[in-house]
Design a protein around this ligand. Structure first.
Ligand code: CTP
Ligand code: ZN
Length: 153
C-alpha cells in the first residue's frame, strides 16, 4: 500500500460511492435519503487521493442504488464512481452520467412555481454541466450549483 493511501475497512455486500468531491459525502447521504438508513453506513471524508487531492467515500451496506439514485449523485459529485460489492469483491464499477432531465429529486427555488403549490413532480432540464445549470420545466427558473445545494437542505 502506498504511503498516502488510507486503509478503510472493506464491506461484505453493498454499494461504495467513491471519488466523491471532498466534503460532499453528507450531501450524497442527503440526496439518497439515507439519513435514516437502518444498516451500516461508513462515511470517510477528506482522505488523501492521488498526489495532491482529497476525496470522500460513502459505503452503504446491503443496499443497491436504482439508476435514478445513481444519476442524482451527479448533482453533487459528477466524478464519483459507484462500486457494487458482493462477497467482498467489486463486481461492478461505473461512472455517473448526469441525465438530460432531473426528475422529482430537488425542489424549485421559485416560490411561485407550480411545483411548490400543487402535487406535481419537479422536472429540470440540464442546460450546462460544468458548472452545472438546470432550468425548471414549469417556470423556467435557472438553478446553479449553489441553488441546488440550498434546496437539498
Ligand atoms: N471496497 C470496499 N469493500 C470491498 C471492496 C472494495 O469498501 N469489499 C471499496 C474500496 O475501499 C474502494 C472502492 O470500494 O473505495 C473501490 O474498490 P477497488 O475497485 O478495489 O479500488 P480501486 O481500484 O482503488 O478503485 P478506483 O480505480 O475506482 O479508484
Ligand atoms: Zn419552477
Amino acid at each position: 500500500m502506498k504511503k498516502r493511501e488510507l486503509k478503510v475497512s472493506a464491506i461484505n455486500n453493498g454499494t461504495v460511492i467513491d471519488h466523491i468531491r471532498p466534503g460532499n459525502a453528507f450531501k450524497v447521504i442527503k440526496i439518497l435519503h439515507l439519513d435514516n438508513y437502518k444498516d451500516t453506513i461508513t462515511i470517510t471524508s477528506n482522505v488523501p487521493s492521488g498526489v495532491t487531492g482529497r476525496k470522500d467515500i460513502v459505503k452503504v451496506e446491503n443496499r443497491a442504488l436504482s439508476p435514478e439514485e445513481v444519476s442524482s449523485i451527479a448533482l453533487v459529485s459528477p466524478e464519483a464512481t459507484v462500486n457494487i460489492i458482493k462477497d467482498y469483491e467489486v463486481i461492478e464499477k461505473g461512472n455517473i452520467n448526469l441525465p438530460e432531465t432531473i426528475y422529482n429529486i430537488i425542489a424549485c427555488t421559485n416560490p411561485l412555481c407550480i411545483t411548490n403549490h400543487e402535487d406535481v413532480p419537479t422536472v429540470f432540464n440540464v442546460e450546462r454541466t460544468n458548472p452545472l445549470v438546470l432550468r425548471c420545466q414549469y417556470c423556467e427558473r435557472k438553478m446553479t450549483e449553489k441553488d441546488i445545494i440550498k434546496v437539498m437542505g
